[in-house]
Design a protein around this ligand. Structure first.
Ligand SMILES: Cc1cc2nc3c(=O)[nH]c(=O)nc-3n(C[C@H](O)[C@H](O)[C@H](O)COP(=O)(O)OP(=O)(O)OC[C@H]3O[C@@H](n4cnc5c(N)ncnc54)[C@H](O)[C@@H]3O)c2cc1C
Length: 321
């Protein structure tokens, strides 16, 4: 494999969380032997702090003002020039909306296979990439012929909070982008609607599923969330019933979350839910069915009726018991 590139998505000092996760995936690959890890940073701003102190070998700084804001044509031209110069064996990125836009075009331009939205890999023997298909019901194992490949990782595949420590060298790359004629014109940046909840930043989430039974019962999980200082999340049926807004839904058609604590209450743990929460730090599940799949990913499981456990938890947390 040789050189592993990670294409970093950043805005000023802020690195996209999925890029940080990709660094951790790439570190695992690098540590499987004989490879080096290079973060590719676009734009004229100085490398952000998390990158300068993490366990990578080098920062390749594509230091050009035309890369300060997203422009697919400029990004593709810059990456193409760098890849031609450095010949990496593997190019990794987080599977963000931005990556979805320009990476397939880059792959076609430089003639490399692109395996998108991966949720893991197996590195014993030949390298196999895992990617969910058929709405997450099946995990496909993808291998490619020898040679360079591009890969993007789904959000939540790796942790983003411990990138190790290091002091990577920073190498500025000279670029001539004067010949790039952008065909895509930038509009003002999309603003999320006011009140939208970003569960991906929550440290604790109390998540509720269909097992709650009725809307009337939602108040007990709301109280538990309040006592724990947690955000409220849910499985899809709770959103479909209209008991919570869609921005609280966790899973393949909702948000991907990695809180320190994820409390799953009355959630069966269907694969579409698990892909959104399985990388949480500590998963606690309360479910009356001992065979519910949620227990396969839970660190702690309570097989019981939530209507007994949740009020008792609230009391205990309030110090009333
Ligand atoms: C294309 C597609 C996308 C999808 N996207 C998502 C998604 O993003 N997020 C998502 O969550 N789902 C998603 N789904 C739906 C998913 O397949 C499941 O149907 C859903 O996750 C089930 O939600 P649930 O666990 O709340 O309900 P159920 O599967 O009905 O589970 C309810 C659980 O509550 C338990 N329970 C019942 N009563 C009690 C009680 N009193 N005390 C304790 N436990 C109790 C039961 O034992 C059961 O395990 C998607 C499906 C498709 C096809």
């Amino acid at each position: 494999m040789g050189k592993i590139f990670i294409l970093i998505q950043s805005e000023g000092d802020a690195i996209h969380r999925v890029s940080l996760e990709a660094i951790n995936g790439a570190r695992q690959l690098r540590d499987s032997g004989g490879h080096s890890l290079h973060a590719v940073l676009m734009g004229s701003h100085a490398p952000p702090a998390p990158l300068k102190g993490c366990d990578i070998d080098e920062i390749l700084h594509l230091n050009h003002a035309q890369l300060d804001q997203y422009s697919p044509e400029h990004f593709i031209a810059a990456a193409e020039a760098l890849i031609a110069q450095e010949s990496p064996g593997l190019i990794i990125a987080g599977h963000t909306y931005q990556a979805r836009d320009w990476l397939p075009r880059l792959a076609v331009r430089i003639g490399l296979p692109m395996i998108s939205d991966c949720t893991g890999f197996e590195s014993g023997g030949s390298l196999t990439w895992l990617r969910p298909i058929f709405q997450g019901k099946i995990s496909a194992e993808v291998t490619t012929a020898d040679g360079p490949v591009m890969v993007s990782f789904q959000a939540g595949t790796f942790r983003s909070d411990d990138l190790g420590t290091g002091a990577p060298a920073v190498r500025a790359i000279d670029l001539d982008l004067s010949g790039v004629v952008p065909k895509v014109l930038r509009e003002p940046k999309f603003q999320e609607a006011k009140g939208t909840v970003d569960l991906s930043r929550a440290e604790r989430i109390v998540s509720v599923g269909r097992g709650i039974g009725e809307q009337e019962h939602m108040k007990i999980v709301e109280e538990l969330a309040a006592v724990l200082g947690a955000e409220l999340g849910s499985s899809r049926p709770v959103v479909d019933y209209g008991w919570l807004d869609h921005d609280r839904q966790v899973g393949s058609s909702g948000q991907t979350v990695t809180p320190k604590l994820y409390l799953a209450i009355g959630i069966s743990g269907a694969i579409q839910h698990q892909v959104g929460m399985k990388n949480s730090g500590c998963i606690v599940a309360i479910n009356k069915d001992a065979h519910a799949p949620i227990f396969e990913v839970a660190d702690y499981g309570i097989v019981a009726d939530l209507h007994e456990i949740v009020p008792a938890l609230i009391q205990a947390l309030k110090g009333e018991q």
